[in-house]
Design a protein around this ligand. Structure first.
Ligand code: HEM
Length: 141
């Protein structure tokens, strides 16, 4: 479902947040994303960049995506001057770890049965963000 009716009986396009299933839907994708990162060896490099305890990240990414997808803006209101791109500039992000992020998120969205067209649009947006966050060369080993 990509639209809803307003009280006046007009069609209204649903936001990506609504199409995700509101906060519970966003949270489910984020939980799956970190579960994959935590348990699958193919995401080991990405996992190693994160703190041992992923719970604060599970909450923070849920809050960020909730706002970014068009839902309540609480995450941004609590961090008035934060820019997600600048925040990642303090980290060393290789093409491999960026690729792992996008891969795990795409899998989480597919397994969560996000509408395929929305999933593809978001995958594209995440790929562009992750590519722009990449700031160290490809691993040599
Ligand atoms: C390019 C690949 C990426 C890598 C390697 C990466 C890595 C990280 C790391 C290491 C942290 C800090 C974790 C910790 O303190 O334990 C973090 C935090 C975070 N990242 Fe990323 N990230 C990537 C892409 C993204 C993208 C594309 C988004 C948004 C769509 C995002 C959203 C966030 C958020 C919301 C936080 C939590 C910020 C906070 O509450 O302090 N990241 N990321």
């Amino acid at each position: 479902m990509t639209q809803d009716m307003t009280a006046a009986g007009e069609a209204r396009a649903l936001s990506p947040y609504e199409r995700f299933g509101h906060e519970a839907g966003v949270r489910a994708i984020v939980e799956r994303f970190y579960d994959l990162m935590e348990h699958e060896p193919m995401y080991a490099e990405l996992r190693a960049m994160h703190d041992v305890d992923l719970s604060p990240m599970r909450s923070s990414l849920t809050g960020f995506l909730t706002a970014w997808l068009g839902g309540p803006r609480t995450w941004f209101e609590a961090r008035p001057s934060v820019c997600i791109m600048s925040m990642h500039r303090t980290m060393s992000i290789s093409p491999e770890s960026a690729g792992q992020w996008v891969h795990a998120m795409s899998r989480a969205m597919a397994e969560g049965e996000i509408e395929p067209r929305l999933g593809a649009q978001l995958q594209d947006a995440f790929l562009r963000m992750a590519t722009a966050m990449t700031n160290v060369p490809r691993d040599e080993n």
